[in-house]
Design a protein around this ligand. Structure first.
Ligand code: SF4
Length: 321
């Protein structure tokens, strides 16, 4: 499988620069492991609006649906500066495939960021988006956006990586597009799309069938948007199991009953959340190689992103997608 590098925007304090308010830098294995496989761009909204390093911390206060961004020790209100910055900076980005943003930051945090009732120490808080992180989600509603904390979880990371690399493959196709390549892309992603969203898979199939003889550029635009929407929500476990059962049909004649039972047991363990999806998927991959099943070997489902990225240790925490 060909894996062009996705374009990913990172919070700069995630292993790039000592730009945290206290001059620190954050090292996170899941982020470090990803870096060699992607095109990198970094942002540090707080430094880029001239708050400097080190700086006194800032926080979100007020109405969580329309908070202010303030520095309690100085009384400085940087809400408008941050909003203007986010607008300009995000407008300069050329079709990013995804973002990895700092968990919990009042600026970068994409979700679950504390918003306080007021500037006073210890004031009660609710949760909202960071001011820059929220602007990212608003401007790129179908981009893959995660924080480094959630990426420790295997299921979340798998979904994130699948979106990133599938979108990057499609961008690669668009650079030398032809009708035949679009048809090939759709065929190669059939099982992946089946796992993600069967309704969207069929809609994408209709775009590729092109009954109204639309020009290729128009089809590519429609397909790109449809693909982003199809991949927006992680597959349900039952859909992933259905795809693997479908694949089993291609190899089952060659398997012993003990091998089939072992596979079905691993599916059951995956269904119950006891093992990650990679366990039954790796088993199936070994049979695809052993029995030389060309149709399945070509399917992106079995290698949606570089195999080396599967190796990072799982946090073991079953956070929800
Ligand atoms: S969380 Fe964002 S604003 Fe804060 S230091 Fe990191 S990159 Fe800069």
């Amino acid at each position: 499988m060909n894996h062009p590098k996705p374009r990913v925007i990172f919070s700069r304090c995630l292993g790039f620069e000592h730009c945290r308010y206290n001059g620190n830098i954050i090292q996170e294995d899941a982020v470090e492991h990803l870096k060699p496989y992607v095109e990198i761009e970094t942002v540090c909204p707080e430094v880029e609006i001239d708050l400097g390093v080190p700086r006194d911390p800032i926080r979100l206060v007020g109405d969580p649906s329309d908070p202010r961004l303030v520095q309690p020790t100085t009384g400085l209100d940087v809400t408008d500066r941050m909003r203007d910055y986010a607008d300009d900076r995000l407008g300069q980005l050329a079709a990013p495939d995804g973002f990895v943003l700092k968990f919990g930051s009042p600026s970068c945090g994409p979700r679950e960021v504390k918003c306080y009732v007021n500037e006073k120490k210890g004031a009660a808080s609710t949760k909202t988006h960071g001011m820059f992180g929220g602007a990212v989600i608003e401007r790129f509603p179908n981009a893959a956006v995660e924080d480094e904390g959630r990426l420790k979880n295997f299921d979340i990371r798998q979904h994130f990586l699948t979106r990133l690399f599938t979108q990057a493959r499609f961008r690669g196709l668009r650079q030398a597009a032809s009708m035949a390549r679009l048809v090939g892309f759709h065929a190669q992603h059939k099982l992946l799309l089946m796992a993600y969203n069967q309704t969207r898979m069929r809609a994408l199939g209709r775009i590729v069938a092109n009954p109204d003889k639309q020009p290729l550029d128009h089809l590519l635009g429609l397909y790109a948007e449809g693909l982003r929407v199809a991949l927006a929500k992680a597959p349900r476990r039952v859909s992933a199991i259905n795809v693997l059962m479908h694949a089993l049909g291609y190899v089952s004649d060659e398997l012993s009953s003990a091998e089939k039972a072992f596979f079905l047991d691993s599916l059951e363990q995956y269904r119950n959340g006891h093992v990650p999806l990679s366990v039954p998927t790796s088993l199936m991959r070994s049979w695809i190689i052993r029995f030389d099943v060309d149709y399945l070997a070509d399917q992106a489902y079995f290698e949606p992103y570089p195999q080396d990225l599967v190796e990072v240790l799982d946090s073991g925490k079953g956070r929800r997608l």
